[in-house]
Design a protein around this ligand. Sequence first.
Ligand code: PLP
Length: 346
Amino acid sequence: FFESDQSAAQAFPNEIKARLLANENPFGPSAKAKKAILDAVDKSYQYPFAHFGELVNKIAVFEGVKPEQIMLDAGSSPILKAAAIHFTKKGGNIITSDPSYDDLPSTAEGFGAQIIAVPLTAEFKLDLDGMEKKINTDTKLVYICNPNNPTATVVDTAKLKAFVERVSAKVPVFIDEAYIDYLDDPQSVTLFSAVKKGQNVIVARTFSKLYGFAGLRVGYAIAQAEMVKTLDAYTNGAMSISATSLMAAIASHQDREFLDDTKKKTQVSKDFLYKTLKEEGYTYIPSFANFVMFPIKMDGDKFVSEMRKRGVGIRNWEFNKQHYCRVSIGTLPEMQLFAEAFKQIS
Ligand code: PLP
């Protein structure tokens, strides 16, 4: 999500005390994941194939799909990139939302695709009707991020399922569910159900968020077996994830105790943030993920730099002629640092 690896490195300088700019999860990884990493070290001279297969099988059994329907990689980013290149390398357009997660569309744009970004609704949700209307004969892919980044909003599940059923009969739909684990009942919201019905959809997941694996790098997608085979050709698959990360993922996949505890801690920090914003006379977009977006009363770049001077890293957006701040949910001490800095400049 940065223009280059160099600019990414510059965005995370050492002076940041509260790192609230990349939707990371400071409550992870789990104790079981950490133990698995230590146990794995002695065997790290071995290639990771067996662990790769073990994680694929574990996810396949849990989700009720065939192993061939799972594309596993070093985070979900390589999967987004593979899809962007595959679908748009011969031109055409991609339908997305504005604002939404930009990685897949911007990669596609780099390969010459036209990006059709449909503004969000007045409730900051994806405008599914508006997106459907924009599909034309040049459309190669529809990108849906649910919950949406940067707004942390979710669309109505029944509406999304009906949309996907209709649209995927015409063009493939990519559903990015990076933050779905933060919902109360992800199993009822996920579009894995559409894959199981044979629809032309690719549903991406990541261990980077609720599992706290952003630095360990494990993600996957579930799609039709043919599609997985096609997209796999664009990545290094089993050769790109370290055995240590795979073993950590095997140890923590669906570790309910850890996941529920992390959600609770995230909620405590989020409630503190909501209270801070209300006290300072600010509104916010109710969040269904580990970040919150709210309208600010000054120029976004200035806001970011003033917060940065106070050791707090956050990000800014501008849309509909309004500046917004997106704060990732950190530990309570990090949110307190945010509050102190915010009160000085708000
Ligand atoms: N999708 C969304 C919506 C994201 O916000 C991110 C990262 O912030 C990613 C995908 C990529 O994450 P990763 O490559 O760590 O799985």
